[in-house]
Every structure is written in structure tokens, then in C-alpha cells.
Design a binder for this molecule. Structure first.
Ligand SMILES: O=C(O)[C@H](O)[C@@H](O)[C@H](O)[C@H](O)COP(=O)(O)O
Length: 318
């Protein structure tokens, strides 16, 4: 089936009769998974937070929910992805600042930063309690902060310099240290902030960050956790380092999966057709043993995927 057909605005013309059968027979959803074989999709096109097809035509491309509950997948135009992301981040900011007086946010590098652009515009620029934000990085390249390769610099230039987060609440790596030392210091910082309850503690004793905003590479890497690397199995350290990253620069620090998976909320922001295979692999419901790093994201909290049409393109093909 062509992708464009899957994105029709009419409920029962998309994804064929299987979907419509599922819709009219909710029981059939109980055992279904998202993707072929079997094409077991539950697909709600053009419905999102009150946007109707008439109001929002061309903005929201599709909305898909996996009935197992914790994988939510939505597909947007690039523009509306940024709009919806800002809305959702602002909601979470309100919730956590109200409930516990702090909002701990983890950034990644890459295109994520440009998708945060609506947060630095009205209404969010004026309404978010920026003073309650605490900002971390899921991974950082071990380079000086003013280096063009620095994830800190990317985030600072595109986002952090435009909002009123107290500089003391922005936890960049110590760029005077080598990778191993920088990872240790970052872990110590997490421990200090858990003691003062800025960061919550998970039931298993790991830092429980309120929101992790993650990108994904075409190879399925998240943070600096790359396919086949022994760090994928790290279950003790919270922050580790790598000196042989397949993606330059080679030296990086990264949160490990126990920390990533302890988060209250994980948001995957993945765009571009080059990611379509990894997205498909991550979202198909199979039992394979050789998993991509992104497939090891199994959080205790909520996980939501924001895709653009290119990244989602394999999900809708026969
Ligand atoms: O340090 C890095 O190299 C980046 O943090 C990297 O992990 C990035 O987040 C992903 O590759 C997705 O990047 P894009 O969204 O730009 O594809």
C-alpha cells in the first residue's frame, strides 16, 4: 500500500479493511502488533489534541498507537512536529514544576535542537517556568564547549541562550577532563542532585529524569550507545565513556541504558527517510535477539515517538 494512501483523512479508506475490522471489533486489537506481517495497525489519522482534519489539514499526518500502551507513535509534517513537541514539553514542564518544583530535562545532539524551536517563541517563552528547569545531556562529545562539534554548543546556540534557565542549572561536561574523568564527574553530579532531590531516584536506585529528549542515528544508535558496543550491556555505571565512536568525534561520554530506562518520560524525535529502517525495526513487535540500541529503550515511564513522514515511511508499506 502506498504511503500516501495510509495518510488519507478518511478512517476506513486507509490501511485496508484490516484496520476497519479492528476499529469495529476492538477485541481484535488485544493480540495485535503494529506492523507486518499481518499489518495489525490501529491508526487514527489526523486527530491530535483537538486538531480536526479541517483545522489541521496538512499539519498532522497521522497518529498511531500501539495497544500495549507504552509505545506511542505519531507522525507529523516537520513543522507540526515542532508545534506538537513544544506543546507536550510545556505540559510536562507544568506538571513537574507544579508537583515537585523542578523539571529535569535531558537533551541529545543532532536535529533535536532545531525541533525545540517553538519553545523559544510565544506562548511558551513567556509561560514556561524556565527557572525550574535543570538541563543534562544524554551524551556529549569530549571537545571544548566552544567547539563546533560540541552538543552543548549546539544546544546553547539554538535553544539555551534564548530561554531564562539559570546557568547553574545547565550541566555541561567538564571539558578540561579526558573522557573517563568527564564521565565520572558527570555521574557524581547526578548523585549530588539526587541527594538534594533535584533529580528523583528510581525504585532501583538510578537517577529518574523527568524527560529525556532523544534523537536516533540511521544505525539505531541513541546517545553514544552504538550497535554492537559492549556498553549496550552496561548495567552498573550510570555514565560511561567511549573512545572509539564509529561516528566522529571518537571520544564521548554517554548515559547508560539503566539511566535512560529509569526516566519518567522518553521522547524520541526521529526524522528523515534515512532512519526508516531503524524505525521499522524498533517498532515492529518481534522477538529478535540482535537488537539495535534503540530497541533497548524499555522505560519504566512513558515512551513516545515523534516521526516525520520520511522516518515513518516503512511503517506503511506492504
Ligand atoms: O553526539 C551525537 O553524535 C548526537 O547526539 C547523535 O547521537 C544524534 O543525536 C543522532 O545521531 C541523531 O541525530 P540527527 O537527529 O541529527 O539525525
Amino acid at each position: 500500500m502506498a504511503f500516501s494512501v495510509a495518510f488519507s483523512t478518511s478512517y476506513c479508506t486507509l490501511q485496508s479493511s484490516i484496520l476497519c475490522a479492528q476499529k469495529s471489533n476492538p477485541q481484535s486489537l488485544k493480540t495485535s502488533s503494529l506492523f507486518p506481517p499481518g499489518k495489525k495497525l490501529f491508526h487514527q489519522p489526523l486527530r491530535y489534541k483537538g486538531f480536526s482534519p479541517k483545522r489541521g489539514a496538512g499539519e498532522i499526518k497521522a497518529s498511531i498507537k500501539w495497544e500495549k500502551g507504552y509505545k506511542k507513535v505519531e507522525v507529523f509534517s516537520k513543522e507540526h512536529l515542532a508545534v506538537s513537541l513544544a506543546y507536550d514539553v510545556a505540559q510536562l514542564s507544568n506538571k513537574f514544576t507544579r508537583e515537585r518544583g523542578a523539571f529535569t530535562v535531558v537533551l541529545s545532539g543532532g536535529s533535536l535542537i532545531k525541533y525545540l524551536r517553538k519553545l523559544v517563541e510565544p506562548p511558551y517563552i513567556d509561560s514556561i517556568e524556565w527557572s525550574k528547569w535543570h538541563v543534562f545531556w544524554v551524551d556529549e562529545r569530549v571537545v571544548p564547549k566552544d567547539n563546533l562539534e560540541s552538543n552543548y554548543k549546539l544546544a546553547y546556540d539554538g535553544f539555551l541562550s534564548k530561554v531564562a534557565i539559570p546557568p547553574v542549572n545547565i550541566y555541561a561536561i567538564d571539558d578540561a577532563l579526558p573522557a573517563d574523568g568527564a564521565a565520572d564527574v558527570y555521574e557524581t553530579t547526578l548523585k549530588r542532585l539526587m541527594k538534594s532531590n533535584v533529580i528523583e531516584t528510581s525504585t532501583r536506585g538510578f537517577p529518574k529524569l523527568d524527560l529525556m529528549l532523544l534523537g536516533m542515528g540511521p544505525d539505531g544508535h541513541v546517545g553514544s550507545l552504538f550497535p554492537g558496543h559492549p556498553h549496550l550491556k552496561e548495567d552498573h555505571k550510570w555514565v560511561t565513556f567511549i573512545k572509539d565512536s564509529p561516528k566522529p568525534p571518537p571520544e564521548r561520554i554517554t548515559f547508560t541504558f539503566p539511566v535512560i530506562n529509569s526516566s519518567s518520560n522518553i521522547v524520541m524525535v526521529v526524522t528523515g527517510e534515512g532512519k526508516a529502517n531503524a524505525v521499522y525495526s524498533a517498532l515492529e513487535d518481534d522477538e529478535k535477539t540482535d537488537k539495535l540500541p534503540v530497541e533497548l529503550i524499555l522505560p519504566e515511564g512513558e515512551l513516545k515517538w515523534y516521526l516525520d513522514v520520511g522516518a515513518a515511511s516503512k511503517l506503511f508499506k506492504e
